[in-house]
Design a protein. Structure first.
Length: 202
């Protein structure tokens, strides 16, 4: 009689140690999948940047880069650049995770590296979002693990930025301000006969 294979425990039912081990394994698997891609990529809330290492001496005319609203294609016009079996196949091609602004997306070559800057449409029309991947047929990253502090105020649209700035200004007093306030409160209790209505902490 063969032993039954234990089923994976739901994440919420795992102990803290089991969750840490699960997360560590997931991060390692995710990193290995990203390392296997033919390109590297980074992002902020406004843009996604794709970088592709090219052979030395590659010029813009050696490449065909087609950036569309929902797709990306990088092809080679030079036999020496082809790293796959057929020269007719593109180096990179697929559907983008989300729509971009074609007119504001650019590409350039600098020191043997192809840089493709994709301007996220979501940053202009709706709530900015993190992309789980560049091309939909490639492995995803877990965007829930991206810390909010990775974004900057400049990444937000005007209305959201104004709201965040107002919230920041409404923050708690500094330790020095709090100390002065506490001293004033003690003094007021010690001298109830005095009028402190115009007293200010500063």
């Amino acid at each position: 009689m063969s032993a039954s294979v234990p089923t994976a425990k739901p994440y919420d039912e795992m102990s803290k140690q089991e969750q840490e081990e699960h997360d560590r394994a997931a991060r390692a698997r995710e990193q290995a999948e990203q390392d296997a891609l033919p390109y590297k990529w980074t992002q902020d809330l406004n843009t996604a940047t794709v970088t592709l290492t090219l052979p030395s001496g590659t010029r813009a005319r050696d490449l065909t880069v087609v950036i569309k609203k929902k797709s990306l294609k990088v092809g080679s016009n030079h036999a020496g650049l082809v790293r796959i079996k057929s020269q007719s196949e593109p180096i990179l091609e697929g559907e983008l995770f989300a729509e971009i602004k074609e007119e504001d997306s650019t590409w350039s070559i600098d020191d043997g590296i192809l840089y493709i800057e994709l301007d996220k449409l979501s940053s202009r029309t709706s709530t900015p979002q993190w992309w789980p991947h560049i091309l939909t047929h490639h492995p995803r990253i877990d965007t829930r693990k991206l810390a909010p502090e990775n974004s900057k105020l400049s990444d937000l649209d005007g209305e959201t930025r104004g709201m965040v700035e107002k919230m920041m200004q409404m923050g708690k007093p500094t330790s020095d301000e709090q100390r002065k306030h506490d001293m004033l409160e003690k003094f007021k209790k010690a001298h109830p006969e005095m009028d402190f209505s115009n007293a200010k902490v500063g």
